[in-house]
Write a protein that binds this ligand. Structure first.
Ligand SMILES: *[C@@H]1O[C@H](CO)[C@@H](O)[C@H](O)[C@H]1NC(C)=O
Ligand SMILES: *[C@@H]1O[C@H](CO)[C@@H](O)[C@H](O)[C@H]1NC(C)=O
Ligand SMILES: *[C@@H]1O[C@H](CO)[C@@H](O)[C@H](O)[C@H]1NC(C)=O
Ligand SMILES: *[C@@H]1O[C@H](CO)[C@@H](O)[C@H](O)[C@H]1NC(C)=O
Ligand SMILES: *[C@@H]1O[C@H](CO)[C@@H](O)[C@H](O)[C@H]1NC(C)=O
Ligand SMILES: *[C@@H]1O[C@H](CO)[C@@H](O)[C@H](O)[C@H]1NC(C)=O
Ligand SMILES: *[C@@H]1O[C@H](CO)[C@@H](O)[C@H](O)[C@H]1NC(C)=O
Ligand SMILES: *[C@@H]1O[C@H](CO)[C@@H](O)[C@H](O)[C@H]1NC(C)=O
Length: 788
């Protein structure tokens, strides 16, 4: 299914006014004579500066200044400019021109997570493992590319944090008093988007100057990555506790490159360019566009430039699950982050007239019904009324990445309870409304409230499975799973006068009927479209009903301004991993980005709180394309034994191995590459911590991996193999003995597809684990086999 435009991986609602304006923006765009392009050119020859080189691509004769939006220094070799078709054509003829892409918008893709992740003991007071070993990430700079930030939020208090390291060259584009030792930089790059909105809508609706967050998404992700401790945080009184980000002593550098309209590639590149130059250690991007070849994906190119400078990059896998091959951000130099649940539910139970009870979730916890059974109706049970809305479905530029787990229906029948679609009297009744992707769920309750309804049962769709989320609804609401919704609907079908009530249950931790983590239905899945030999996503982390900083915008039944709110999406899991990477970087300053990623991946958990395999949204065992290496386990990640390291130049050899042309590789590498002088690396042979291999019947394949001891001295590891069905896996040698720190050893894995096994499946999975002689360290590599 086609994803829509660049969006923040938003999972919350915006006003319908914005939605309709945005849709108009999209439909009218083609009527303009100039467009914004990203122009890739050869690196500047010695006689030029970067700027003069970029200017040389414009005609020298005109007096008007060239329409350059950004002249990039590091993220790409090139610039962004507004050009007509004929101007672009002239530019293409100039020597040094490589390649151009039109700018588009991409979508933007906690109180409890530290305990759930084992950073804090369950008593909630004593820092464990990684937090104490990393001094909470002190001194590390995490760059957040998002919708900006709300300064002066309690999560960004800088008490005890200390000044930024000397290398820091960032700027504060707020009033100086709004930055501090927590928020050490705040900048806005919205030229690309500004041009677009002025062109399309004739007015400037984007404040391009201020890094102030007016959406909430950026404040949420920044506080998740590196918010400091805030006592007594809650969302409408639920999930109460001390809110804290993953790296509470780290610094934040905020680059506003997105608005509620999404994020323009030109602006994202400008943010990456600045973050690299100013000295960030970690880049966190909760956004992503469609899967595309790496040389045409500005995010892939810009983040490669960052990795070459030793910067760790963490990016959202996308919210287009649960279908296979729905990923954003597939490049092997990124950490690609999926989303799963944690063991907390903000429960609101549904009790039916026949006594049956179903668990559901909601932040609306005021008990208005006091157990009284009210009439229960389902608008979807009778004739549907069609609605034509301007922002219909996939065409919405915003996309908002509202958990899009439903394959898109093309109309809006009554069952979705959208404005004007209700076909019945709902006064005083509880109304069942179906959930729909891109449908603002809280607005559904607003519609019921406006029509005099008493409550809402939000029914998950089949593809949502067991994924439910707690949100700040405006009437008593229970969001129930698909199996529960089916039973409630059939109760209505078979009962003369169905009744129900909604009973708030408060915040339940260690919630036992479902074992966390469970894959979120919306989390995008592999296999990778761009590189079948690399298993993606890499890792999963908490991304469902995550409590974090908010803008003091009104939420909930009484429109109470809240400084914390709960959101769901891979936007929320990504900054968890960014913060954890900051802790690892602090504890292990010499580790490369690939080493940090390897440590995170080889120590991940593949079982849930019940000790069983991690499940997907339908409670089947989650496959590798959903969970990647598994669920992040921060404390083990700080003691991985050995790592699978990768040098930046290996990625260039890898691109040559993908058969990219010299120009394509040159665009990504931002320096002239001649692949015939490079020893190519085939994708399965890149030194990745997982294996992804295509196999024909009777075929065999040998792959090498090189591992680097990050332990202190001598140590040895023995291999344990759980082969995929129908595959014989042989590892040689079976014992790795390191005699000193930093030592590298190579082993070979041979995969043989057995004759005679007729697989009805397209995929099979297994793993190999190197177990240390004292049994304390297990280094696991997932094995994914695709049968061809
Ligand atoms: C496109 O813009 C024109 C004005 O420039 C406006 O009249 C028209 O309604 C717009 N089209 C759409 C589909 O919004
Ligand atoms: C800076 O402070 C002035 C005066 O208080 C205020 O008007 C302005 O909006 C502030 N600017 C920012 C970016 O916060
Ligand atoms: C915590 O917040 C609740 C309501 O949000 C309030 O009733 C309570 O007094 C607060 N407790 C502390 C210790 O501030
Ligand atoms: C629904 O309609 C009412 C009345 O026309 C309007 O005030 C409200 O903004 C609409 N809500 C949505 C979500 O469009
Ligand atoms: C309810 O009954 C109708 C008509 O018999 C049927 O089509 C529908 O599938 C039933 N729905 C459920 C949820 O059982
Ligand atoms: C690259 O080209 C070689 C030679 O034509 C071919 O064997 C190989 O499969 C190609 N690799 C990819 C990833 O397409
Ligand atoms: C690339 O290198 C090969 C081998 O050295 C050489 O023959 C070829 O001309 C080079 N190509 C370019 C475009 O420089
Ligand atoms: C893998 O390692 C073996 C043994 O060291 C070596 O002979 C072989 O050439 C290596 N293969 C590749 C593709 O590097």
């Amino acid at each position: 299914m086609a994803k829509s435009f660049l969006s923040l991986l938003f999972t919350f609602l915006l006003s319908s006014i914005l939605l309709t304006t945005a849709a108009r923006a999209l439909t009218n765009e083609s009527s303009f004579s100039t467009k914004t392009y990203i122009i890739h050119v050869n690196p500047p020859p010695p006689v030029h500066t970067t700027q003069s080189w970029h200017l040389s691509f414009f005609p020298q004769t005109t007096s008007a200044p060239p329409p350059i939006l950004y002249s990039y220094k590091i993220a790409i070799s090139g610039f962004a400019a507004r050009l007509s078709d004929s101007e672009l054509k002239a530019m293409k003829a100039k020597p040094g021109f490589l390649f151009s892409t039109a700018d588009t918008l991409v979508p933007l893709a906690t109180t409890h997570t530290p305990e759930f992740l084992g950073l804090l003991s369950s008593a909630g007071v004593k820092p464990e493992g990684l937090w104490s070993e990393s001094d909470f990430g002190r001194g590390v700079i995490v760059a957040i590319l998002d919708t900006g930030v709300m300064p002066n939020h309690p999560s960004f208090d800088d008490h005890g944090i200390g000044p930024p390291p000397e290398k820091w060259k960032g700027k504060c584009e707020f009033n100086a008093s709004d930055c501090n030792n927590k928020i050490i930089g705040a900048r806005a790059f919205l030229q690309g988007q500004l041009v677009r909105t002025v062109q399309v809508m004739g007015n400037d609706i984007v404040d391009a100057a201020s890094p102030l967050d007016t959406v909430g998404h950026g404040t949420h992700t920044a506080s998740t990555a590196a918010g400091t401790f805030v006592a007594n945080a809650s969302a409408l009184g639920s999930a109460q506790g001390t809110a804290v980000g993953m790296a509470p002593n780290a610094h934040l550098a905020v680059y506003k490159v997105c608005t509620d309209f999404g994020c323009a590639y030109t602006d994202i590149l400008a943010g990456i360019d600045a973050a690299i130059e100013e000295g960030a250690d970690i880049l966190s991007l909760s956004l992503g566009g469609d899967s595309m070849m790496f040389d045409v994906d500005p995010i892939a190119i810009g983040t490669f430039a960052a990795v070459e400078k030793g910067i760790f990059v963490s990016l959202a896998a996308g919210n287009s699950g649960p279908q296979h091959s729905s990923l954003s951000n597939e490049a092997p130099w990124m950490l690609t982050v999926g989303a799963s649940t944690m063991d907390r539910a903000i429960q609101a139970k549904v009790k039916l007239g026949n006594g049956e009870e179903y668990e559901g979730e909601s932040l609306y916890q005021t008990d208005l019904m006091a157990g009284e059974l009210l009439p229960l109706v389902y608008p979807g049970a009778s004739v549907t009324s069609m609605l034509s809305i301007e922002w219909e479905g996939e065409k919405s530029i915003l996309a908002l990445w509202l958990m899009r787990c439903i394959t898109s229906p093309s109309s809006l029948p009554a069952k979705f309870c959208f404005n004007n679609s209700l076909n019945m009297d709902v006064k005083g009744k509880i109304v069942i409304c179906d959930r729909r992707d891109q449908m603002p769920r809280i607005q559904q309750g607003d519609v019921i409230k406006g029509a005099g309804g008493a409550g809402m049962i939000l029914a998950a769709a089949q593809s949502d499975g067991y994924t439910t989320v707690a949100e700040a609804h405006v009437i008593p609401t229970s969001h129930v799973s698909y199996p529960a919704a089916s039973k409630i609907k059939s109760y209505i079908n078979t009962t003369g006068s169905p009744t129900a009530t909604i009973i708030p249950q408060g915040t339940l931790i260690g919630f036992n009927s479902l074992h966390a983590p469970i894959m979120a239905c919306f989390s995008s899945r592999g296999p990778s479209l761009q590189s079948k030999g690399i298993l993606k996503p890499d890792i999963i982390g908490p991304g469902v009903s995550v409590l974090a900083g908010w803008l003091a915008l009104p939420i909930g039944p009484n429109n109470i301004p809240a400084i914390f709110n709960m959101l769901s999406g891979t936007s929320m899991s990504t900054p968890h991993l960014s913060g954890i990477a900051a802790l690892l970087k602090k504890a292990n300053p010499t580790w490369s980005p690939a080493a940090i990623r390897s440590a995170i991946m080889t120590t991940a958990k593949n079982v849930n709180t019940a000790g069983k395999p991690i499940q997907d949204e339908e409670l089947n065992n989650a496959d590798l394309f959903a969970r990647g290496a598994g669920h992040v386990n921060p404390s083990n990640a700080n003691n991985p034994g050995f790592v699978y390291d990768i040098q930046p130049s290996d990625y260039v050899a890898y691109l040559c191995g993908l058969n990219y042309s010299d120009t394509q590789v040159t665009v990504v590498a931002r320096r002239t590459i001649n692949c015939s002088t490079v020893d190519p690396i085939i994708d399965v042979e890149l030194n990745y911590p997982t294996f992804s291999v295509e196999m024909r019947p009777g075929c065999s394949r040998k792959v090498n991996r090189t591992v680097k001891n990050v332990g202190e001295g001598s140590s040895s590891y023995e291999v344990e193999i759980v082969p995929p069905l129908g595959i014989v896996v042989t590892v040689s040698p079976t014992l790795l003995s390191f005699s000193e720190g930093g030592q590298e050893l190579t082993y070979t894995v041979e995969f043989i597809r057995e004759y005679g096994t007729i697989s009805t499946m397209n995929y099979a999975e297994g793993y190999l684990t190197w177990v240390s002689s004292d049994k304390l360290i297990s280094v696991r590599s997932q094995i994914s086999i695709t049968f061809t």
